[in-house]
Ligand binder design. Sequence first.
Ligand SMILES: CC(C)(COP(=O)(O)OP(=O)(O)OC[C@H]1O[C@@H](n2cnc3c(N)ncnc32)[C@H](O)[C@@H]1OP(=O)(O)O)[C@@H](O)C(=O)NCCC(=O)NCCS
Length: 160
Amino acid sequence: MAHDDLPALSKILQDAETMAAYEHPFSDEETQAWLDKQFTRYQTDGFGLWAVILKETGEMIGQCGLTVQDADGKQVIEIGYLFQRAFWHKGYAIEAAVGCKKYAFETLKLNEVYSIIRDTNFASMNVAIRNGMTVRGRSTKHYRGVDMPHYIFSAQKGDK
Ligand SMILES: CC(C)(COP(=O)(O)OP(=O)(O)OC[C@H]1O[C@@H](n2cnc3c(N)ncnc32)[C@H](O)[C@@H]1OP(=O)(O)O)[C@@H](O)C(=O)NCCC(=O)NCCS
C-alpha cells in the first residue's frame, strides 16, 4: 500500500459490516494509524498487509499479506485478509491468501504460516480452510473490553 491508498482503505476499515470481527468501524485516525503500521511493518519485517489490486481496473479492492502476531504466547507469521464488501464472494480473498502462503513458504522459507480467526468469523475460516489450513489451537484476545475467542489455524510446508 502507498499513501494514496487511504481512500480505498477507508472503504474497507470504515464499513461496519466488514469490521464486525473488530467490533467497530474505524475512525479516520484509526485508518491512518493502520496504514502507517503497514509502512512500519514493510520496513522492519520486509512484509505486511499488501494492497490487492484488480488487474482489469487498477482499483485496490482489498488487503492481504503477512504480519507478525501473537498466537497463544508464540510469535508467528499470519496470513490476513480484509476486502471491500463489494468484492466479497468472488474468490479474490482465497486467490490472494494462496499467493501469500506460496510467498511465505517459497520466498521467506517459513515452515509454518498461520491465520488467527475470531470464532464468529465463518467467512474468514472458510478462506483459511480453502487455503489448506487446519485448526491447531485456540486463544482469547481481549480487545475493546470484549473477550474474543479465536481459533489458531495453520498450514505447514509439505501439507497435502
Ligand atoms: C474474510 C473475507 C476476506 C472473505 O471474503 P469472501 O468473499 O468470503 O472470500 P473469497 O473472495 O475467497 O470468495 C469465496 C466465495 O466466492 C465464491 N467464488 C466465486 N467464484 C470463485 C472463484 N473463481 N474461486 C473461488 N471462489 C469463488 C466461493 O464459492 C465462495 O462463496 P461463499 O462466499 O458462498 O462461501 C471477507 O469476508 C472480509 O473481508 N471480511 C471482513 C474482514 C475480516 O474479517 N477479515 C478476516 C480477519 S481474521
